[in-house]
Design a protein around this ligand. Structure first.
Ligand code: PHE
Length: 344
């Protein structure tokens, strides 16, 4: 019996129907009510109990093989018939399958994250709808600070008693959440979408994307900040890219600075992108204000930290020489398909 099954198996494995009739004959020969499988099952009843144990499994598998083969070719033939009846020309080459590509902002965000990961930074995320405390108050924004104005912030709810609810204007809010919910040291970056109430133009949009970073530990200094950002820039824009820090002001950092890099497009000679200066600003940074640490329950006499924040759009503009911010959100396929990358 085993021998017969082996022989039939070889036959079935080599089988390809030549026509619908041929396939129907195959069905009758193996699967029909008077077919070979029926015969085999009859024969099975007569073998010894010991043989049954082995042959039972073999026989069932053989039956399954015959059924699967039949169903496979039946479906193939049916599709063929439908296609032929429809008058379709089956000899025509197939239509290309268009694959998508990553959005340029996703590509650059990914690149930024990878660089900071190498320095031991983890990724933190938080909500886009924030309360006044996390977006402003904990970050040392004075009550009358202009960034709280209706001009800049999209308010979801004005509530004088419990605090306003707004669309976050920066991902510094995630830093507050992280510090409130954990214990130092903290070393994390916060990528995310942020919103500001600005008129949409080539140079401004009502939403954009940021990557902010925070490093809090004992003895963190401004030198650590400079070295971290210097390393980041060499990795992202290439070795030899120069950096310079200009004094600036943010409510949540003291001292604060803005960092420029030598223009990645003209190499510092002066061009349209850097408005002839050879330098372009890419981020804000500074030492975390002790008030912010204390607001988040961290002992500012023991811990210090640095923070920084950059717009992904700006970095992407520099990397790819994009001059109009609106392109990022219009989803024009002619724009998007230009960005192919190894980074997934
Ligand atoms: N939160 C600032 C902004 O939105 C950026 C920043 C982050 C500046 C951290 C200094 C330190 O512009």
């Amino acid at each position: 019996m085993q021998q017969k099954i082996d022989q039939y198996t070889a036959e079935i494995n080599a089988y390809r129907p030549e026509s619908a009739t041929d396939l129907e004959n195959f069905r009758i020969r193996f699967l029909g009510t008077k077919g070979l499988i029926k015969d085999l099952f009859d024969e099975f009843k007569t073998v010894s109990a010991e043989e049954k144990r082995v042959l039972g499994k073999v026989l069932n598998e053989f039956k399954k093989l015959a059924e699967e083969k039949y169903t496979f070719f039946k479906e193939e033939l049916d599709t063929h018939v439908v296609a032929e009846q429809s008058g379709a020309d089956l000899s025509l080459p197939g239509q290309g399958f268009a694959t998508g590509s990553r959005h340029p902002l996703s590509l650059v965000r990914k690149e930024i994250i990878e660089i900071f990961k190498k320095l031991g930074f983890i990724v933190e995320e938080g909500p886009e709808i924030e309360d006044d405390w996390h977006n402003f108050s904990a970050l040392n924004f004075p009550e009358e600070h202009p960034a709280r104005d209706m001009q800049d912030t999209f308010f979801v709810k004005k509530d004088a008693t419990n605090g306003d609810i707004a669309l976050r204007t920066h991902t510094s809010s995630v830093q507050v959440r992280m510090m409130e919910n954990g214990k130092p040291p903290f070393r994390a970056i916060m990528p995310g979408r942020v919103y500001r109430n600005e008129a949409i133009s080539a140079r401004a949009h009502c939403f954009f994307h940021q990557v902010e970073g925070l490093y809090v530990d004992e003895n963190v200094s401004f030198a650590d900040l400079k070295q971290t950002l210097f390393y980041f820039v060499q990795e992202l824009f290439g070795e030899g890219t120069k950096v310079r820090f200009r004094p600036s002001y943010f409510p949540f950092t003291e001292p604060s600075a803005e960092m420029d890099i030598s223009c990645s497009i003209c190499g510092g000679a002066g061009c349209q992108m850097c408005k002839g200066s050879g330098w372009v600003e890419i981020l804000g940074c500074g030492m975390v204000d002790p008030n912010v640490l204390e607001n988040c329950g961290i002992d500012a006499s023991k811990y210090t930290g640095f923070a920084f924040g950059m717009g992904i759009e700006r970095i992407t503009n520099l990397k790819y020489q994009i001059k109009d911010l609106r392109l990022f959100s219009e989803n024009d396929i002619r724009f998007l398909k230009q960005f192919k990358s190894e980074v997934i």
